[in-house]
Design a binder for this molecule. Sequence first.
Ligand SMILES: *[C@@H]1O[C@H](CO)[C@@H](O)[C@H](O)[C@H]1NC(C)=O
Ligand SMILES: *[C@@H]1O[C@H](CO)[C@@H](O)[C@H](O)[C@H]1NC(C)=O
Ligand SMILES: *[C@@H]1O[C@H](CO)[C@@H](O)[C@H](O)[C@H]1NC(C)=O
Ligand SMILES: *[C@@H]1O[C@H](CO)[C@@H](O)[C@H](O)[C@H]1NC(C)=O
Length: 384
Amino acid sequence: MEPKNTITTTTTTTTTTTTITITTTTTMLSLLHLLLFFLFSSSMYTSIQVQAASPYPQYNNTKQQLELRTKTSSNQSTNIPLSTSKKYEGSSELIHLRYHMGPVLSSPINLFLIWYGHWSSLHAKLIRDFLLSISNSNSSAGSHPTVSQWWGSTAALYADQTGSNVTRRIALAREISFPAAPRGKSLTRLTVQQIIGDAVTAGSLPIDHRHGVYLVLTSGEIQMQDFCRAVCGFHYFTFPSIVGHTLPYAWVGDSGEQCPEVCAYPFAVPSYMAGATVAMAPPNGDVGVDGMVSVIGHEMAELSTNPLVNAWYAGEDPTAPTEIGDLCEGVYGSGGGGGYTGEVEKDEKGRRWNMKGRNGRRFLVQWLWNPVIKACYGPNALDQ
Ligand SMILES: *[C@@H]1O[C@H](CO)[C@@H](O)[C@H](O)[C@H]1NC(C)=O
Ligand SMILES: *[C@@H]1O[C@H](CO)[C@@H](O)[C@H](O)[C@H]1NC(C)=O
Ligand SMILES: *[C@@H]1O[C@H](CO)[C@@H](O)[C@H](O)[C@H]1NC(C)=O
Ligand SMILES: *[C@@H]1O[C@H](CO)[C@@H](O)[C@H](O)[C@H]1NC(C)=O
């Protein structure tokens, strides 16, 4: 995803130039982003990494911006009448999320976790509980809305040309920790692949071509190229020249120390929004890690529906695909968009959440694009 997509501001008067119809509060900063993007993209392969979770929430996830992103896509309208689709968040006839003939992750996923930097066992447990909740379809009465319903009503509805849907089964297969940060505390996209390479060459993690997904999680003190400025997380696949194999992977970092207002929104809000929006209390008491949970959900969903960046995405440009999480950033409940998270729950301590998970956990996770209703959707939607 190009940084220009991440520059979403609260006012939306558009100019009439064609492709770069940026919102008019295009500040010097956003011009700088664009410039940097073009500079980087012309010289480095890294521009084709899927920068799936943008640092900025979609303050205005409405037609106008979606139009901007999909301007070049073919003009097929959906069959949903506008009056109907309007009730769904972010819905638009202009979104044309297309399938590009590649595979989705339809086999049950064996997730390999790589904890890089210093992780507390409490934080690691929180993230594990979220990941294990995806397949936990233990829906006894009263357990609605759940993480597994979130996955089942969005990501699992994407199929590939063989008719195989994205799996609903995600298991934690094995984990490895690198507390001493052997590849340094300032990482790049390449060093993330080297970390995965280190893990598999040491035999600590297996090379699992059929089921394996590798998730690199960096702790608060670890810096990442473009972290906070252009990415909160990304997914791609490893290169044989670095890891020896092509394996789908994702990276997500704890932004709690570096930029919670950018990557842990809405548990922290940017200063320019402070007058209009109040930060929400995180459901498990940790701004950085609770924020990470939503970014992990976003990346897992995109990685599963677009693992080789040739399956499901909107827009014509595979180097800047708009994927199923990108379309719904900042939306956590009904009515969400335009800087509003949407309707979410509040517990007795004022902490916000929108889905339940295993071990009595509650999480606040962003919605995803649902291919059937063609809108952002989540298990806590009010109009079901
Ligand atoms: C897209 O379709 C609409 C409705 O059929 C039509 O009015 C519009 O001109 C079309 N736009 C383009 C760019 O073809
Ligand atoms: C399902 O939920 C019930 C009731 O909350 C619990 O006792 C049981 O252990 C759960 N099973 C799994 C597999 O999580
Ligand atoms: C598989 O995907 C198709 C296409 O979106 C959907 O209609 C179907 O319900 C999905 N199947 C399951 C079991 O989710
Ligand atoms: C979002 O965009 C819509 C459509 O242009 C506009 O009407 C609305 O006022 C915007 N909302 C915010 C919060 O900027």
